[in-house]
Design a binder for this molecule. Structure first.
Ligand code: UDP
Ligand code: MN
Length: 274
């Protein structure tokens, strides 16, 4: 039975991240989620992309871009593009849903993860870079205009220690690290692909149970080249791809080629006749 008052939610502020969102949405459909799919987009997203999004998502919601404009901290993070992730806060305005799971556009589900809706706000998995912080790529939350207002107020008063949404959300939900272990999602619900390098034996032992892969960091799956004949994924800057990461990148590309590209090709309008 579909559950109409709960949803998976993602965000794309431009057409590039829409490619990721479409693959994520398709992966949730492939694994037969019983929940609704919603996406927040900003005015830069093109008309064609909106049409494509509407075929996979139940709800495409236009929101205004919010930027942290925090150059100092974003420079420290070496990710100047992440100021716009403050736009993510709009997810709290989706009050037509009683509970939601936010997922970054650079995540991919490997199986059905509807059991996440059994968790309460704010549930998330530890960040591999600083495990007393949660990673804001996957989290369970409860839409509420009151919380949204408090978050904006908190942002204007305190900013974010990393310049992006993750620093802000960790300061706001600061009891996450210690208060309630039920709010700690297992790492397999947000496995950052870069962790593969830092603790290889753990990955070898637990990696097979991965439920959600997160292509965290500056190199996203859409920045690689994929050759379907040889089934090889090559980075554009000719750096090498870790062997553990390869099957996940390949799965992203297979989903993209089989379901998303055909959709985008169908929607492309024929060129205007001169
Ligand atoms: N995002 C976006 N446009 C941007 C940057 C980020 O829409 O220019 C959204 C997108 O959903 C993305 C999320 O914000 O997945 C967080 O950014 P990203 O995944 O690049 O950060 P990372 O997980 O690498 O820290
Ligand atoms: Mn991400």
């Amino acid at each position: 039975m579909p559950v109409t008052d709960q949803a998976f939610v993602t965000l794309a502020t431009n057409d590039v991240y829409c490619h990721g969102a479409l693959v994520l949405g398709q992966s949730l459909r492939n694994h037969k989620t019983s929940r609704r799919l919603a996406i927040l987009i900003t005015p830069q997203v093109s008309r064609e992309m909106r049409a494509a999004l509407r075929t996979i998502f139940d709800s495409v919601v236009d929101v205004k871009e919010i930027d942290s404009n925090d150059l100092v901290h974003l420079t420290l993070l070496k990710r100047l593009e992440l100021g716009v992730t403050f736009t993510k806060l709009h997810c709290w305005t989706l009050t037509q849903y009683s509970k939601c799971v936010f997922m970054d556009a650079d995540t991919l589900v490997l199986c059905n993860v509807d059991e996440l809706f059994e968790r309460e706000e704010l549930s998330a998995a530890p960040d591999s870079g600083w495990p007393d912080c949660f990673n804001s790529g996957v989290f369970v939350f409860q839409p509420s205009l009151k919380t949204f207002k408090h978050l904006l107020q908190f942002a204007s008063e305190h900013g974010s220690f990393d310049g992006g949404d993750q620093g802000l959300l960790n300061s706001f939900f600061s009891s996450w690290a210690t208060k309630d272990i039920n709010k700690h999602l297992p790492f397999i619900y947000n496995l950052s692909s870069s962790t593969v390098y830092t603790y290889a034996p753990a990955f070898q032992h637990f990696g097979k149970d991965t439920k959600v892969i997160h292509f965290l960091g500056p190199a996203k799956p859409w920045n690689y080249k994929y050759n379907p004949q040889t089934r090889t994924v090559t980075p554009n800057d000719s750096a090498s791809v870790s062997e553990n990461q390869l099957p996940f990148l390949e799965l992203w590309w297979i989903t993209y080629k089989s379901s998303v590209l055909p959709l985008l090709e169908k929607i492309q309008e024929p060129p205007i006749q001169q």
